[in-house]
Design a protein around this ligand. Sequence first.
Ligand SMILES: Nc1ncnc2c1ncn2[C@@H]1O[C@H](COP(=O)(O)OP(=O)(O)OP(=O)(O)O)[C@@H](O)[C@H]1O
Ligand SMILES: [Mg+2]
Length: 266
Amino acid sequence: MGKGLSFDKKAIIIKDLHLSIGNKEIIKGMSIEFPLKAITAIIGPSGSGKTLLLKSINRLVDLIPNLKSFGEIFVILDGEVKEVHSLDPSYLRRKVGYVFQNPNPFPHLSILENVIIGAKLNSLVKKKDLVKWAKEKLEEAGLWEEVKDRLKEPAWKLSGGQQQRLCIARMLALKPEIILLDEPTTGLDIYNTKRIEELMVQLKENYTVIAVTHSVDQAARIADYIAFLYDGRLIEFDVTSRILKSPSKELTEKFITGRVLDGVRR
Ligand SMILES: Nc1ncnc2c1ncn2[C@@H]1O[C@H](COP(=O)(O)OP(=O)(O)OP(=O)(O)O)[C@@H](O)[C@H]1O
Ligand SMILES: [Mg+2]
Protein backbone atom coordinates (compact mmCIF):
# COMPACT_ATOMS: atom_id res chain seq x y z
CA MET A 1 0.00 0.00 0.00
CA GLY A 2 1.23 3.49 -0.83
CA LYS A 3 3.97 2.01 -3.00
CA GLY A 4 5.94 4.59 -4.92
CA LEU A 5 4.95 7.39 -2.55
CA SER A 6 7.74 9.36 -0.95
CA PHE A 7 6.93 10.05 2.66
CA ASP A 8 10.15 11.93 3.34
CA LYS A 9 9.15 14.44 6.06
CA LYS A 10 5.48 13.99 5.19
CA ALA A 11 2.64 12.80 7.43
CA ILE A 12 -0.27 12.73 4.98
CA ILE A 13 -0.47 12.33 1.21
CA ILE A 14 -3.82 12.94 -0.48
CA LYS A 15 -4.24 11.82 -4.08
CA ASP A 16 -6.96 13.23 -6.28
CA LEU A 17 -9.70 13.55 -3.68
CA HIS A 18 -13.22 14.13 -4.97
CA LEU A 19 -16.20 14.63 -2.72
CA SER A 20 -19.85 15.32 -3.39
CA ILE A 21 -22.96 15.59 -1.27
CA GLY A 22 -26.18 14.72 -3.09
CA ASN A 23 -25.49 15.90 -6.62
CA LYS A 24 -23.31 18.83 -5.56
CA GLU A 25 -19.62 18.42 -6.27
CA ILE A 26 -17.67 20.03 -3.44
CA ILE A 27 -14.05 18.86 -3.57
CA LYS A 28 -13.07 18.74 -7.21
CA GLY A 29 -9.89 16.71 -7.43
CA MET A 30 -7.46 17.69 -4.70
CA SER A 31 -3.92 16.38 -4.22
CA ILE A 32 -1.97 17.66 -1.26
CA GLU A 33 0.90 16.54 0.98
CA PHE A 34 1.11 17.64 4.60
CA PRO A 35 4.56 17.97 6.19
CA LEU A 36 5.41 15.97 9.29
CA LYS A 37 5.64 17.74 12.66
CA ALA A 38 4.85 21.16 11.27
CA ILE A 39 1.78 23.39 11.28
CA THR A 40 -0.07 23.69 8.01
CA ALA A 41 -2.85 26.27 7.92
CA ILE A 42 -5.72 25.76 5.51
CA ILE A 43 -7.20 29.04 4.35
CA GLY A 44 -9.86 29.93 1.80
CA PRO A 45 -13.28 31.54 1.48
CA SER A 46 -16.34 30.18 3.24
CA GLY A 47 -17.65 27.15 1.38
CA SER A 48 -14.34 26.37 -0.33
CA GLY A 49 -14.22 22.92 1.29
CA LYS A 50 -11.80 23.45 4.19
CA THR A 51 -13.84 21.61 6.80
CA LEU A 52 -14.74 18.74 4.48
CA LEU A 53 -11.09 18.30 3.50
CA LEU A 54 -10.13 18.14 7.17
CA LYS A 55 -12.95 15.72 7.98
CA SER A 56 -11.94 13.50 5.06
CA ILE A 57 -8.57 12.81 6.69
CA ASN A 58 -10.04 11.05 9.72
CA ARG A 59 -13.20 9.99 7.89
CA LEU A 60 -15.58 12.10 9.92
CA VAL A 61 -17.19 12.71 6.51
CA ASP A 62 -18.45 9.11 6.63
CA LEU A 63 -21.10 10.37 9.05
CA ILE A 64 -22.62 12.82 6.52
CA PRO A 65 -25.68 11.43 4.68
CA ASN A 66 -25.59 11.27 0.86
CA LEU A 67 -21.88 11.94 0.77
CA LYS A 68 -19.71 10.21 -1.79
CA SER A 69 -15.98 10.53 -2.07
CA PHE A 70 -13.18 8.89 -3.95
CA GLY A 71 -9.44 9.33 -4.07
CA GLU A 72 -6.73 8.07 -1.73
CA ILE A 73 -5.54 9.42 1.60
CA PHE A 74 -2.34 7.92 2.99
CA VAL A 75 -1.16 8.63 6.52
CA ILE A 76 1.81 7.48 8.52
CA LEU A 77 0.60 6.04 11.81
CA ASP A 78 2.59 3.85 14.18
CA GLY A 79 5.48 4.10 11.71
CA GLU A 80 3.58 2.58 8.79
CA VAL A 81 1.95 4.02 5.69
CA LYS A 82 -1.79 3.35 5.81
CA GLU A 83 -4.67 4.25 3.55
CA VAL A 84 -7.40 5.71 5.73
CA HIS A 85 -10.23 3.74 4.09
CA SER A 86 -8.56 0.49 5.06
CA LEU A 87 -8.50 1.40 8.76
CA ASP A 88 -10.94 0.85 11.56
CA PRO A 89 -12.55 4.32 11.92
CA SER A 90 -12.27 4.38 15.71
CA TYR A 91 -8.52 3.63 15.54
CA LEU A 92 -8.13 6.26 12.81
CA ARG A 93 -10.02 8.91 14.80
CA ARG A 94 -7.93 8.24 17.90
CA LYS A 95 -4.67 8.56 16.00
CA VAL A 96 -5.89 11.52 13.93
CA GLY A 97 -7.53 13.76 16.52
CA TYR A 98 -10.09 16.41 15.63
CA VAL A 99 -10.98 19.60 17.46
CA PHE A 100 -14.22 21.26 16.41
CA GLN A 101 -14.81 24.97 15.97
CA ASN A 102 -17.21 25.05 18.93
CA PRO A 103 -15.84 23.33 22.03
CA ASN A 104 -17.86 20.19 22.72
CA PRO A 105 -16.80 18.71 26.06
CA PHE A 106 -19.20 16.27 27.76
CA PRO A 107 -20.88 19.05 29.77
CA HIS A 108 -22.02 17.01 32.76
CA LEU A 109 -18.87 14.95 33.17
CA SER A 110 -16.18 16.34 35.43
CA ILE A 111 -13.13 18.08 34.02
CA LEU A 112 -11.04 15.06 34.99
CA GLU A 113 -13.45 12.52 33.46
CA ASN A 114 -13.59 14.48 30.21
CA VAL A 115 -9.86 14.02 29.76
CA ILE A 116 -9.61 10.35 30.67
CA ILE A 117 -12.86 8.82 29.49
CA GLY A 118 -11.58 7.94 26.00
CA ALA A 119 -8.27 6.58 27.26
CA LYS A 120 -10.20 4.53 29.85
CA LEU A 121 -12.73 3.09 27.38
CA ASN A 122 -9.96 2.17 24.94
CA SER A 123 -7.66 0.82 27.68
CA LEU A 124 -4.86 3.08 26.45
CA VAL A 125 -3.54 3.74 29.95
CA LYS A 126 -3.41 1.54 33.06
CA LYS A 127 -6.21 2.33 35.51
CA LYS A 128 -3.83 3.35 38.28
CA ASP A 129 -2.08 5.83 35.97
CA LEU A 130 -5.21 7.58 34.67
CA VAL A 131 -5.14 10.58 37.02
CA LYS A 132 -1.45 11.18 36.35
CA TRP A 133 -2.18 10.88 32.64
CA ALA A 134 -4.98 13.48 32.91
CA LYS A 135 -2.65 15.89 34.71
CA GLU A 136 0.00 15.48 32.03
CA LYS A 137 -2.50 16.13 29.23
CA LEU A 138 -4.05 19.13 31.01
CA GLU A 139 -0.54 20.53 31.37
CA GLU A 140 0.18 19.85 27.71
CA ALA A 141 -3.01 21.71 26.78
CA GLY A 142 -2.04 24.65 29.00
CA LEU A 143 -5.06 24.25 31.28
CA TRP A 144 -3.69 22.54 34.41
CA GLU A 145 -2.98 25.67 36.47
CA GLU A 146 -6.51 26.96 35.90
CA VAL A 147 -8.31 23.72 36.82
CA LYS A 148 -6.10 21.82 39.25
CA ASP A 149 -8.30 22.74 42.23
CA ARG A 150 -11.60 22.01 40.49
CA LEU A 151 -11.07 18.72 38.67
CA LYS A 152 -14.35 17.29 39.99
CA GLU A 153 -16.48 20.17 38.71
CA PRO A 154 -18.58 19.63 35.59
CA ALA A 155 -17.05 20.84 32.34
CA TRP A 156 -19.91 23.24 31.61
CA LYS A 157 -18.60 25.52 34.36
CA LEU A 158 -15.50 26.35 32.32
CA SER A 159 -15.26 29.37 30.00
CA GLY A 160 -15.35 28.84 26.23
CA GLY A 161 -11.58 29.14 25.91
CA GLN A 162 -11.03 26.74 28.80
CA GLN A 163 -13.51 24.29 27.28
CA GLN A 164 -11.61 24.43 24.01
CA ARG A 165 -8.35 23.62 25.81
CA LEU A 166 -10.15 20.82 27.67
CA CYS A 167 -11.19 19.35 24.30
CA ILE A 168 -7.56 19.56 23.20
CA ALA A 169 -6.47 17.74 26.38
CA ARG A 170 -9.15 15.07 25.77
CA MET A 171 -7.90 14.58 22.21
CA LEU A 172 -4.25 14.43 23.35
CA ALA A 173 -5.16 11.79 25.94
CA LEU A 174 -5.96 9.42 23.06
CA LYS A 175 -2.30 9.43 21.94
CA PRO A 176 -2.80 10.95 18.49
CA GLU A 177 -0.02 11.50 15.96
CA ILE A 178 -1.88 13.94 13.73
CA ILE A 179 -4.03 16.79 15.04
CA LEU A 180 -6.76 18.47 12.99
CA LEU A 181 -8.16 21.75 14.29
CA ASP A 182 -11.12 23.44 12.61
CA GLU A 183 -11.06 27.16 13.38
CA PRO A 184 -10.20 26.44 17.01
CA THR A 185 -10.13 30.07 18.12
CA THR A 186 -13.33 31.33 16.53
CA GLY A 187 -15.41 33.12 19.13
CA LEU A 188 -12.60 33.26 21.71
CA ASP A 189 -11.21 36.43 23.26
CA ILE A 190 -7.68 37.66 22.59
CA TYR A 191 -6.26 35.97 25.71
CA ASN A 192 -7.63 32.53 24.85
CA THR A 193 -6.78 32.91 21.17
CA LYS A 194 -3.18 33.65 22.13
CA ARG A 195 -3.11 30.66 24.51
CA ILE A 196 -4.35 28.31 21.81
CA GLU A 197 -2.00 29.72 19.18
CA GLU A 198 0.96 29.21 21.55
CA LEU A 199 -0.29 25.74 22.26
CA MET A 200 -0.44 24.85 18.56
CA VAL A 201 3.14 25.98 18.13
CA GLN A 202 4.20 23.77 21.06
CA LEU A 203 2.25 20.81 19.71
CA LYS A 204 4.17 20.67 16.45
CA GLU A 205 7.22 19.48 18.41
CA ASN A 206 5.49 16.14 18.82
CA TYR A 207 2.59 16.10 16.40
CA THR A 208 1.66 17.00 12.85
CA VAL A 209 -0.81 19.87 13.11
CA ILE A 210 -3.30 21.00 10.47
CA ALA A 211 -5.43 23.99 11.33
CA VAL A 212 -8.24 25.56 9.35
CA THR A 213 -8.38 29.26 9.98
CA HIS A 214 -10.38 32.10 8.47
CA SER A 215 -7.71 34.53 9.60
CA VAL A 216 -4.75 35.12 7.31
CA ASP A 217 -3.12 36.96 10.22
CA GLN A 218 -3.43 33.87 12.39
CA ALA A 219 -1.91 31.72 9.65
CA ALA A 220 0.96 34.22 9.43
CA ARG A 221 1.54 33.98 13.19
CA ILE A 222 1.54 30.22 13.59
CA ALA A 223 1.84 28.30 10.32
CA ASP A 224 4.94 26.84 8.68
CA TYR A 225 2.98 26.09 5.51
CA ILE A 226 -0.25 27.40 4.04
CA ALA A 227 -2.70 25.64 1.75
CA PHE A 228 -5.07 27.99 -0.06
CA LEU A 229 -8.35 26.45 -1.19
CA TYR A 230 -10.87 27.99 -3.52
CA ASP A 231 -14.09 26.40 -4.76
CA GLY A 232 -13.08 22.85 -3.91
CA ARG A 233 -9.61 23.03 -5.39
CA LEU A 234 -6.14 23.53 -3.96
CA ILE A 235 -4.93 26.73 -5.58
CA GLU A 236 -1.55 26.97 -3.90
CA PHE A 237 0.53 25.28 -1.23
CA ASP A 238 3.83 26.65 0.00
CA VAL A 239 5.81 27.83 2.99
CA THR A 240 4.03 30.62 4.84
CA SER A 241 6.42 33.43 3.91
CA ARG A 242 6.15 32.60 0.23
CA ILE A 243 2.34 32.51 0.23
CA LEU A 244 2.16 35.80 2.09
CA LYS A 245 4.94 37.68 0.31
CA SER A 246 5.09 36.30 -3.21
CA PRO A 247 2.29 33.89 -4.04
CA SER A 248 2.50 32.43 -7.50
CA LYS A 249 -1.23 32.65 -8.25
CA GLU A 250 -3.18 35.86 -8.62
CA LEU A 251 -6.16 34.35 -6.81
CA THR A 252 -4.01 33.66 -3.73
CA GLU A 253 -2.79 37.23 -3.71
CA LYS A 254 -6.33 38.55 -4.07
CA PHE A 255 -7.46 36.43 -1.14
CA ILE A 256 -4.67 37.33 1.24
CA THR A 257 -4.99 41.02 0.47
CA GLY A 258 -8.74 40.85 1.07
CA ARG A 259 -9.77 41.34 -2.54
CA VAL A 260 -11.63 38.04 -2.82
CA LEU A 261 -14.61 38.93 -0.73
CA ASP A 262 -17.23 36.47 -1.97
CA GLY A 263 -18.26 34.31 0.89
CA VAL A 264 -15.35 35.36 3.08
CA ARG A 265 -16.29 35.89 6.67
CA ARG A 266 -14.49 38.69 8.42
N1 LIG B 1 -23.44 18.20 5.80
C1 LIG B 1 -23.54 18.88 4.64
N2 LIG B 1 -24.59 18.71 3.81
C2 LIG B 1 -24.71 19.39 2.65
N3 LIG B 1 -23.77 20.26 2.20
C3 LIG B 1 -22.70 20.47 2.97
C4 LIG B 1 -22.52 19.80 4.23
N4 LIG B 1 -21.35 20.20 4.77
C5 LIG B 1 -20.84 21.09 3.90
N5 LIG B 1 -21.63 21.24 2.82
C6 LIG B 1 -21.37 22.15 1.66
O1 LIG B 1 -20.07 21.89 1.18
C7 LIG B 1 -19.38 23.09 0.85
C8 LIG B 1 -18.06 23.15 1.58
O2 LIG B 1 -18.30 23.11 2.98
P1 LIG B 1 -17.17 23.26 4.08
O3 LIG B 1 -17.87 23.16 5.37
O4 LIG B 1 -16.09 22.31 3.81
O5 LIG B 1 -16.68 24.75 3.79
P2 LIG B 1 -15.60 25.61 4.59
O6 LIG B 1 -14.54 26.01 3.61
O7 LIG B 1 -15.18 24.90 5.82
O8 LIG B 1 -16.44 26.93 4.95
P3 LIG B 1 -16.48 27.81 6.30
O9 LIG B 1 -15.31 28.76 6.19
O10 LIG B 1 -17.78 28.55 6.19
O11 LIG B 1 -16.42 26.90 7.47
C9 LIG B 1 -20.33 24.22 1.20
O12 LIG B 1 -20.96 24.65 0.02
C10 LIG B 1 -21.35 23.59 2.12
O13 LIG B 1 -22.59 24.18 1.97
MG1 LIG C 1 -15.49 25.19 7.83
